[in-house]
Design a protein around this ligand. Structure first.
Ligand code: FER
Length: 299
């Protein structure tokens, strides 16, 4: 099996090369999908950069623990794996909220850990009392029997598997997590966040299942995002059921128009949300920074 970081960096490379196959453009433009970026007055940064060491662990290492679980999925017909972060002193005598973190098109259940260091960000925030102790689940969001990142992560079968993950998550993974761990098993204590393809999944699954998740954070959402008109049929009930909708994107990310469209729809329909446009591209800097800000405002 590939190590965490080689798997992840290799995936990012595949992603970029595939979408822009055959085009000759500078590295930086390719890295950000080279689509036109048009910023408007409310596409602004709301939060500062986190402190420089926000994802560095102390020498003693992670204070919580990371473990790998398997669950049976009726969607794929296979046993699937997910990584799980448990906060320090996790005890079945207490009950915990749960954050689900979804990866991008070339990633897998290690992307948030190996590339973004999401487990370290949460561990540091919890140690500093800036976030409540929570369980974090890192699933594989490509619900197909062989769910490893394929050579071309944009192939239609692999992209369809990101949509099929909705049933996997709702009907198999969430129940498996609630059965195995000491969770507070309701929407007020469940968060869904994701980067890129995982951001699109977060919009699609989150906004249509506010009875399961009420803290929702799509970061740098990809074009798999369904039109908000389809996801939001009743703005009042969406506003009432949401605890927090936190949307972010970097102002150098060629996919920003997806998030801008979502933000403008929500703004025009009076649905409260955070819209944070930072100065990053389609990269781990923006995902780490926005997890840092979202986790402090969650639960
Ligand atoms: C696309 C561009 C980017 C797309 C998906 C992505 C499905 C996803 C990127 C990522 O997850 O990093 O056209 O179409």
């Amino acid at each position: 099996m590939a190590t965490l970081s080689t798997a992840l960096f290799a995936c990012s490379g595949a992603t970029l090369a595939q979408e822009n196959a055959g085009q000759d453009m500078p590295e930086e433009a390719r890295a950000n999908f080279a689509r036109p970026i048009v910023l408007e007055a409310d596409d602004v940064r709301l939060f500062p950069e986190p402190p420089a060491n926000y994802r560095d662990l102390p020498e003693s290492g992670l204070r919580g623990t990371l473990e790998r679980i398997t669950y049976h999925s009726g969607v794929t017909g296979t046993d699937r794996s997910a990584n799980v972060y448990l906060p320090p002193n996790y005890s079945p005598d207490q009950k915990y909220p749960v954050l689900y973190l979804l990866h991008g098109i070339g990633g897998n259940e290690y992307e948030w850990i190996g590339y973004v260091k999401g487990h370290a960000i949460l561990d540091n925030l919890i140690a500093d009392d800036k976030a409540v102790p929570m369980i974090a689940v890192f699933p594989n969001g490509r619900a197909m029997p062989n769910d490893e990142p394929p050579e071309n992560p944009f192939n239609p079968e692999a992209v369809a598997a990101f949509a099929a993950f909705e049933g996997d998550l709702l009907d198999y993974l969430v129940p498996a997590i609630d059965a195995r761990y000491s969770t507070i098993a309701d929407a007020d204590h469940r968060a869904l966040a994701g980067l890129s393809m995982g951001g699109g999944q977060t919009f699609n699954i989150g906004l249509s299942h506010l009875d399961t998740f009420s803290w929702i954070a799509p970061f740098s959402a990809a074009p798999n995002t369904q039109p908000l008109e389809e996801l939001v049929d009743n703005p009042e009930s969406v506003s009432k059921n949401l605890n927090l909708l936190y949307i972010s994107c970097g102002n150098r990310d060629g996919l920003i128009n997806n998030s801008q469209q979502a933000h403008r729809f929500l703004r025009d329909h009076g649905i409260p949300h955070i819209w944070n446009v930072d100065d990053h591209g389609h990269d781990g800097e923006t995902w780490g920074s926005n997890l840092y800000h979202f986790a402090q405002r969650t639960f």
